[in-house]
Ligand binder design. Structure first.
Ligand code: ATR
Length: 282
């Protein structure tokens, strides 16, 4: 019997840590599976993934820039994928593909379990209104903070996402607002950066008064791309955190969706942390 096959589908995928994470999960849980990389041409995500499924694969993770196309290709969707209108997990069920989005629950579990910060009753600032921020808003609401502000350079984009989540927020008793970057509010308990601003080298696009001493300031990126944000957060008295824990937790939830088994994430995060934070030798 061949092991079941999975992959991370995206463009680029060569630096993805997902194959390592899922092989560590498979070893630890005794699951027989192979997890590789599926590089998809920018204009050919659907045929590439269809071929992968027809060849007998059981599912895939999906990364930039295909999360929206992945959502469209599935016949049934989780509620959180519907809210995000994007999927990072596909399961190739015989009766039709199932799409889920595990980014948000990954972020929430990292904050509550690894960082040890409760979101309930807190004030949360979520920066950005691209795929990364839209993908996590539903599960953030489910964690029942008192308030979530989605602040974005283009405020109309944040407003559209907030409007889509309005009923979900009301059901969970969360005050949800869109605001412009020029007026994001002050002294949040938790500050999450889902913008690409750190990649463009333009720094953190809001003033430090969004923080208070001890604010949890989390960038969804990790490695070199997160360093400027983490330094800025520390310089202003916040507790800085990168997106590595979120990465491991979203992978664990995908693993559970495919295999019905929950891997222990702590040793895998510790392993990844050593690799990602190791000083580079020239
Ligand atoms: P992703 O899918 O990875 O989230 P995206 O859809 O391109 O990527 O979204 C990028 C996000 O970063 C957006 O919120 C974008 O703001 P706009 O919606 O106004 O474009 C934000 N962003 C990118 N560069 C930025 C910068 N220099 N300053 C502030 N926000 C920035």
């Amino acid at each position: 019997m061949h092991p079941d096959r999975y992959a991370v589908a995206g463009n680029p995928v060569e630096h993805s840590r997902s194959p390592l994470i899922h092989s560590l999960f498979a070893q630890a849980t005794g699951q027989a599976l192979e997890y590789g990389r599926l590089l998809c041409p920018l204009d050919a995500f659907p045929p590439t993934v269809k071929r992968f499924a027809e060849d007998g694969a059981k599912g895939c993770n999906v990364t930039v820039p295909f999360k929206f196309e992945a959502f469209e290709m599935a016949t049934h969707h989780s509620r959180r994928a519907e809210l995000a209108q994007a999927a990072n997990t596909l399961r190739f069920d015989p009766e039709g593909w199932y799409a889920d989005n595990t980014d948000g629950i990954g972020l929430v579990r990292d904050i509550t379990q690894h960082a040890g910060v409760s979101l309930e009753g807190q004030r949360v600032l979520l920066l950005g209104a691209g795929g990364a921020s839209a993908g996590v808003l539903g599960p953030l609401i489910e964690a029942q903070p008192a308030e979530i502000v989605m602040a974005n350079r283009t405020v109309e984009k944040a407003q559209a996402i907030v409007d889509r989540h309005r009923d979900w927020a009301a059901q969970h008793g969360v005050a949800l607002h869109a605001r412009p970057l020029t007026d994001p509010g002050q002294a949040y308990d938790v500050f999450i950066n889902g913008t690409a601003a750190s990649l463009s080298g333009s720094g953190v696009p809001v003033g430090a008064d969004v923080l208070r001493p001890g604010t949890l300031a989390l960038d969804m990126m990790y490695g070199p791309a997160a360093q400027a944000f983490l330094q800025w957060a520390r310089d202003h008295g916040a507790v800085a955190r990168d997106g590595l824990g979120m990465l491991v937790e979203q992978a664990a939830e995908s693993f559970y969706i495919w295999r019905g088994v929950r891997p222990d994430t702590k040793p895998v995060l510790a392993h990844l942390r050593q690799i990602v934070d190791a000083p580079k030798t020239p």
